[in-house]
Design a protein around this ligand. Structure first.
Ligand code: C2O
Ligand code: CU
Length: 434
């Protein structure tokens, strides 16, 4: 068993040399420490809250037991001064992350997020590996966090002009010529989409949210909506090259618009020998369902005017939608319908899904995901299997302001009909807290 102790506390965050803000950090740092785990090895995280407000930790993407999911559907909030012990055994290798599931919009913006890397057998051999956690910060004129709220932020989600890699504004990265690196890229921003490019040069996608894909896919860009991850092979490059790690212009139909912006500069130094060994076949991902499998549920995401709140972000017409339970072992095929005119990153807690189609078109390759972008006015069909981890789960838009506004669904995974009944009653009862 591996034991990790982690503390959330107030800290001073130096996001650029000599420039600091008052922030929150796991162990006082942003991002929090990288948690390293192994497939099948039990992990115990003893978490202490030293913040002036309650919080929890959600293990984003990990297939943990329901009680360890870190949401207020499954545990009381961890109050200031309290300790909560999370215990689970990671079943899958991949790039995951952890973050609070309480007052998310503020707590993540203030710096509470970190990477969790799970390693398995038979991974590609590379010359070097890096974790790149992307984020942005919205500051005021004094260089402190800009106030939260306002209609534009409610609509677009919070985006800032300071672009960060591993908590530092536009850092310089150095790599050796002739080598191949594995970059585990995590988009931890509240709302920003990153259409990632590395100086326009080809890279190879080898993994997504739920680990390796079947074979490397060459690309020159990849879209990372908020909360999404991608594993890519970068290089080899030549000595003296300088590449801009940037987010290309992406219009997600927001009030504010951005062009292409830089996240980091990659400088290529003298050559070093390479030992990289990348198999042509990375692993098998059996199809969960036929591409034209009939859906057994429709989840409608919409945005509408609200007298009281200006704008409402809804699932099936309500905030904090109480969705029907699903049964262990029963294949789920869901149509996620985005009725609105803007993009939303859909996130399912605790289970991986396969995207069967977007507006009837199959994706470029098969993969395991826990986040998928929903383009405006679209239908995305996903398939997933509720394995035997009964309890209360949720799905939501991962633009944190939309999530907070209630663009989410709560549902139970249950073993039998009797439990289906009980759990849904329990949930209705629980519902008023939101
Ligand atoms: Cu990163 Cu409820 O999610
Ligand atoms: Cu959204």
């Amino acid at each position: 068993m591996k034991t990790v102790e982690i503390e959330a506390r107030q800290t001073t965050w130096e996001y650029r040399p000599g420039q600091t803000i008052d922030a929150y950090g796991y162990d006082g740092q942003v991002p929090g420490p990288i948690i390293e785990a192994r497939v099948g090895e039990p992990l115990e995280v003893r978490f202490t809250n030293r913040l002036p407000e309650p919080t929890t930790i959600h293990w984003h993407g990990l297939r943990v037991p329901a009680a360890m999911d870190g949401t207020d559907d499954v545990q009381p909030l961890v109050q200031p001064g309290e300790t909560f012990v999370y215990r689970f055994t990671p079943p899958d290798a991949g790039t995951f992350w952890y973050h609070p599931h309480a007052n998310e919009a503020e707590q993540l913006e203030k710096g509470l997020y970190g990477a969790l890397v799970v390693r398995g057998d038979g991974e590609p051999i590379v010359d070097r590996e890096r974790v790149l956690v992307l984020d942005d910060l919205k500051l005021d004129r004094r260089g402190q966090l800009a106030p939260f709220g306002g209609l534009k932020q409610r609509h677009d989600g919070r985006e800032g002009d300071v672009r960060l890699v591993n908590g530092r504004a536009e850092p310089e990265l150095r790599m050796a010529a002739g080598q191949i690196e594995r970059w585990r890229v995590i988009n931890a921003a509240s709302a920003r989409y990153v259409r990632l490019s590395i100086g326009g040069r080809p890279f190879r996608i080898i993994g997504t949210d739920g680990g390796l894909i079947e074979q490397p896919v060459t690309a020159t860009e990849v879209l990372l909506p908020a909360a999404d991850r991608i594993d890519i092979l970068v290089g080899p490059f030549e000595e003296g090259e300088t590449l801009d790690v940037q987010a290309l212009r992406y219009l997600r139909m927001t009030m504010g618009r951005r062009g292409t912006e830089s996240f980091a500069t990659l400088r290529v130094g003298p050559a070093e020998p390479s030992v990289a060994l990348i198999p042509r076949r990375l692993r098998e991902i059996p199809a969960l369902a036929a591409l034209d499998a009939a859906p057994n549920r429709t989840v409608k995401m919409s945005v509408g005017p609200s007298l009281r709140r200006g704008l409402d972000f809804l699932v099936n017409g309500e905030r904090h939608h109480q969705d029907k339970p699903v049964r262990v072992g029963e294949l789920q095929v869901w149509d996620i319908v985005n009725k609105s005119l803007m993009d939303h990153p859909f996130h399912l807690h605790g289970f991986f899904f396969q995207v069967l189609s977007v507006n009837g078109q199959p994706p470029a390759f098969r993969s395991w995901e826990d986040v998928v972008n929903l383009p405006p006015r679209s239908t995305t069909r996903i398939a997933w299997m509720p394995d035997d981890r009964p309890g209360n789960w949720m799905y939501h838009c991962h633009i944190l302001e939309h999530h907070e506004a209630g663009m989410m669904g709560h549902f139970a995974v249950a073993r039998e009909d009797s439990m289906l009944q009980q759990t849904s009653q329990h949930q209705v009862h629980h519902h008023h807290q939101h």
